[in-house]
Design a protein around this ligand. Sequence first.
Ligand code: THU
Length: 144
Amino acid sequence: MTTDTDALFAAARTVQLNAHARYSNYYVGAAILDETGHVHVGCNVENASFPETSCAEASAIGAMVSSGARKIVAIAIVGGMGDKANSALFESAGDLGACTPCGGCRQRILEFADESTRIMLIDDDGEVQVFSIEALLPAAFRVE
Ligand code: THU
């Protein structure tokens, strides 16, 4: 992993601990490197009315856009099951594998991505996979 990659995953792991995931118990953290070199983080924020949940990627994109930045150079995403008794403890994600962005978040990432944007996932063994948005969302809906 490059230092950039290490730092982004470390930021994602840190914010993952803040996830409000009391319904699914699945804790997600996302960290975005923007075009100015700044990092923006977000976690999933669940709601008793389930459809009102925000994904971690949506939270991180909201933070990035709110700061004035407009380009996702790289995004690191981590996910895993929490321990209901202590949300700071994480079991191995086990056969859940790497947390890949949901369909809606792929569209959200697309809005601020280009062909060089790195979407970085990590599995239980620490194996990093890097995808382009084109690979994750082919034939995407665009207005331009
Ligand atoms: N989740 C994310 O935060 N990002 C994704 O891309 C996949 C799903 C969250 C939403 C919900 O709080 C929990 O993971 C289980 O679906």
